[in-house]
Design a protein around this ligand. Structure first.
Ligand code: COA
Length: 388
């Protein structure tokens, strides 16, 4: 296997992007990444694009070729492939790009992620997201993603004494981080009271426990590590790529409070990087709901099972804590354009490791981790990055 580095990153603003089409969003993120990497179209061997449900959200499938075309590369006939794994589509696209370079097949790959979710009404968006759940045994009976994660939250509270205040503290922290991120959907701090008293969505999860519905795109340029410094001075190496899967339906799991796909993907990644959870200096984790961040820091091995709520309460995961989590604002505040999220997480980790995260900068970070989940945990990717 060859080593792989990230040499360019690009993001669009996340939010309700009424004035930008699906193709414009991904072309904007992609061109920023390509400019950042100092490359041109002729350098690109392949493109991988994560998008969960462009067919339902904007009526557009055939996204691989569309993105190459919208980027102005149709005449180069670059192999361009769409990758789908629900909200983990972006993480999977990163992994496909990574594997294609590690294998020796490609030297330079552009990875993108994009979703435009606000062009449809709220109910249709909720139904579209629910296509990532088990249609026969979950969605058919009316369950939605807030409902599924609410069940995880209730069980976590019952098993481990996790409190609604601890869930709210995740939201407060992530909004505080998002307020510092110029690309975030919600650049505003919230108080604990606001989080605790927000409109109920699916008990115990209120509005401020949920990630929003978001338009946005992200892109990175991956390059064989041995060639990375030909293009930029400060590449960031991907030192591990892990992936796991699990039952589609939540009720079929061994334990609904543990995402075994995360456990599996992270063990795979720690083994490849020859690291332990205590080596990680910062993490972007998949906080689609506040309870998901608490489960993630447990399942990634940062704290013991059941101690995630306490860790948040003890401020371990704040920007100046011992393990900053979701410095970007996370899905909660930065926003969650589902197919773009896994790529945007890599963008944040790269900016942190290069010392380019401005007001969100974590000092002296060497290893950063990105954790991307599809559905209620049936797909997971974990990537670990290191400044070169
Ligand atoms: N966090 C913070 N504020 C939010 C928000 C969120 N998640 N969602 C909406 N808002 C704000 C809006 O900006 C708006 O504010 P304004 O009145 O100042 O403009 C207000 O709340 C109402 O927004 P609206 O779009 O009408 O909310 P909604 O009730 O239609 O949707 C949710 C709220 C929580 C149901 C929706 O965001 C949702 O479905 N989130 C989950 C998405 C999801 O499941 N993703 C996949 C995860 S696996």
């Amino acid at each position: 296997m060859r080593e792989v580095a990230v040499i360019g990153v690009g993001l669009t603003k996340f939010g309700e992007m009424w004035d930008k089409s699906f193709r414009r969003l991904i072309a904007e993120a992609g061109s920023k990444a390509i400019l950042d990497a100092n490359i041109g179209g002729k350098d690109i061997d392949a493109m991988y694009i994560g998008s969960m449900s462009s067919g339902r959200f904007v009526g557009q499938e055939h996204v691989g070729a569309l993105v190459a075309d919208a980027s102005g590369f149709s005449h180069l006939h670059i192999p361009a492939t769409r990758v789908e794994g629900a909200c983990a589509s972006g993480g999977l696209a990163i992994r496909e790009g990574y594997l294609s370079i590690a294998s020796g097949m490609n030297d330079m790959v552009v990875v993108g992620g994009v979703e435009k979710m606000n062009d449809v009404g709220g109910n249709f968006a909720t139904e579209t997201l629910a296509t990532a759940a088990d249609q026969e045994w979950e969605a058919f009976f009316g369950v939605t993603f807030p409902g599924l994660y609410a069940m995880i939250a209730k069980r976590h509270m019952y098993e481990y004494g996790t409190t609604k205040e601890q869930l709210a503290q995740v939201a407060v922290k992530n909004h505080a981080n998002g307020a510092l991120n110029p690309y975030a959907q919600y650049r505003r701090e919230i108080t604990l009271d606001q989080a605790l008293n927000a409109t109920m969505v699916a008990s115990p999860l209120g509005l401020l426990d949920c990630s929003p519905v978001t338009d946005g795109a992200a892109s990175v340029v991956l390059c064989a590590a041995e060639k990375a410094k030909d293009f930029i001075n400060k590449p960031v190496k991907i030192v591990a790529s892990g992936q796991g899967s699990d039952t589609l339906a939540l009720h079929s799991r061994r334990d609904i409070c543990t995402l075994d796909a995360t456990v599996h993907a992270s063990k795979m990644a720690y083994k490849q990087a020859n690291l332990t959870p205590s080596d990680i200096d910062l993490a972007e984790v998949h906080d689609c709901f506040t309870i998901a961040e608490i489960c993630a820091i447990e399942d990634l091995g940062f704290v013991e099972k059941g101690q995630g709520g306490k860790a948040v309460e003890n401020k371990i995961t704040t920007l100046d804590g011992s393990l900053p989590v979701n410095t970007s604002g996370g899905l909660k505040s930065k926003g969650h354009p589902v197919g773009a999220t896994g790529v945007a997480q890599i963008v944040e980790v790269v900016q942190q490791l290069k010392g380019e995260a401005e007001k969100r900068q974590v000092k002296d970070a060497r290893f950063g981790l990105a954790h991307n989940v599809g559905g209620s945990g049936a797909t997971c990717t974990v990537h670990i990055l290191e400044a070169m």
